[in-house]
Design a protein around this ligand. Structure first.
Ligand code: CP
Ligand code: NVA
Length: 325
C-alpha cells in the first residue's frame, strides 16, 4: 500500500491534510474562521436568488452509508444554487459496498470531483477518506459528530437571539454525535453548554476533558431542570441514533430527559427550542414544544442550506473569500 498523502501535523492534532480544506470537525478550526464562514452564510442567505455562481464548473460527490433527508437535499440544492453540480451515491451502489478500500475510492473520486461529502457511522472511514483524497472532504455526519448541523444551529440561534457568545444553551437527552458537536461549538464560539443525560449516555470523558482543557464552559449534569435553568436555548435529539442498536430500548432511561412544556418553563422566558430533526414527538420532545412558539426547528433546517453554502465556498474555493480561511 502506498503511503498516505498526509498524516497529522506534529503536536497540533490538526490534520496536515487541512491544507486541502477538509471540514471534518469544529475543533479543527479557530474561532475567526468559523465566524467568517457564518458571516458568509448570512450574506449568501440575503443574496439568495441573485444568480451568482461562485462554484460554476465544480462537482461535489455525496456518499451516504446512512439515510438522510436534510443533509442530502440541502447539499444538493446548495451546490446547484452556487452554480456547481453533484453526484449522489449510496455506498451500496458503489464498489465500497463490495469491499473496495476507502483509500482507493478516495484517490479515484479525487480524479473526477472537486469535493466529497461523506455520511457514515464510522468516523475512521471519514478520516481515511480525508487522508487519501486530494480534494476537500466534508463530514456529513458520523457516529461521533455532525459539524454541518452545528453551523446551521449557531446561525439560527444568532438570527433569533443575537450573538451566542456568553449565552447558555442546554441539552437534554442522549449525549450523542450532535451533542458532541455542540460541545465543540461551545468551545469555539464561547458559550456555556449544559448537558443533562443519563450517566451511561454522557459523551465520552475525553470529549469533556478536551472542552475543559480548551477553556470551554461545558457542564455534564444529571438533572434536566438544573441544565435548563435560565438557558436561552434548549436542544435535544432522537433517543436512538442511526449508529445505535435499534433494538436497544432506552425509553425508560431517557424519559426523565424529555423536553416538555414543564421543563421549558425553567428556561429563560424568551428561550428557543432547537432539534436537528428528524424528531419523535412524545419521546425526546413534547409535540407542544416542537410545534409551539418557542420552536425554531424549521429555520434550523433551512439554515443547513445557507451554512453549507459557506462551507462549500470555503472548501471548494469559490470566488467568495472567507476571511482567515
Ligand atoms: N439533521 C439531519 O442531518 O437530517 P438528515 O438525517 O435528514 O440529513
Ligand atoms: N443523532 C442523529 C442525528 C440525525 C441527523 C443520528 O445520528 O441518527
Amino acid at each position: 500500500m502506498s503511503a498516505p498523502l498526509a498524516g497529522r501535523s506534529a503536536g497540533t492534532g490538526v490534520p496536515a491534510s487541512f491544507a486541502r480544506r477538509h471540514f471534518l470537525d469544529l475543533r479543527d478550526f479557530d474561532p475567526p474562521t468559523l465566524r467568517a464562514m457564518l458571516d458568509l452564510a448570512g450574506a449568501l442567505k440575503r443574496r439568495r436568488g441573485t444568480g451568482e455562481r461562485p462554484l460554476a464548473g465544480k462537482t461535489l460527490a455525496l456518499i451516504f452509508d446512512k439515510p438522510s433527508t436534510r443533509t442530502r437535499v440541502s447539499f444538493e440544492v446548495a451546490m446547484r444554487q452556487l452554480g456547481g453540480d453533484v453526484v449522489v451515491l449510496s455506498s451500496r451502489e458503489t464498489q465500497i459496498g463490495r469491499g473496495e478500500t476507502v483509500a482507493d475510492t478516495a484517490r479515484v473520486l479525487s480524479r473526477y470531483v472537486d469535493g466529497i461529502v461523506l455520511r457514515t457511522d464510522r468516523a475512521s472511514k471519514l478520516h481515511d477518506l480525508a487522508t487519501y483524497a486530494t480534494v476537500p472532504v466534508i463530514n456529513g455526519l458520523t457516529e461521533s459528530s455532525h459539524p454541518c448541523q452545528l453551523m446551521a444551529d449557531i446561525m439560527t440561534f444568532e438570527e433569533h437571539r443575537g450573538p451566542i457568545t456568553g449565552q447558555v444553551v442546554a441539552w437534554c437527552g442522549d449525549g450523542n454525535n450532535v451533542a458532541r458537536s455542540w460541545i465543540e461549538a461551545a468551545v469555539r464560539f464561547g458559550f456555556t453548554f449544559r448537558l443533562a443525560t443519563p450517566r451511561s449516555l454522557r459523551p465520552p470523558q475525553a470529549v469533556l476533558d478536551w472542552a475543559r482543557d480548551e477553556g470551554g464552559s461545558v457542564e455534564a449534569l444529571d438533572d434536566p431542570k438544573l441544565a435548563v435553568a435560565g438557558a436561552r436555548c434548549v436542544v435535544t435529539d432522537t433517543w436512538v441514533s442511526m449508529s445505535d442498536d435499534p433494538n436497544e430500548s432506552r425509553q425508560e432511561l431517557l424519559a426523565p430527559f424529555s423536553v416538555t412544556s414543564a421543563l421549558m418553563a425553567h428556561a429563560a422566558p424568551d428561550a428557543i427550542f432547537m432539534h436537528c430533526l428528524p424528531a419523535h414527538r412524545g419521546e425526546e420532545v413534547e409535540a407542544g414544544v416542537i410545534d409551539g412558539p418557542m420552536s425554531v426547528v424549521f429555520d434550523e433546517a433551512e439554515n443547513r442550506l445557507h451554512a453549507q453554502k459557506a462551507v462549500l465556498c470555503w472548501a471548494l474555493g469559490g470566488t467568495y473569500q472567507v476571511k482567515n480561511g
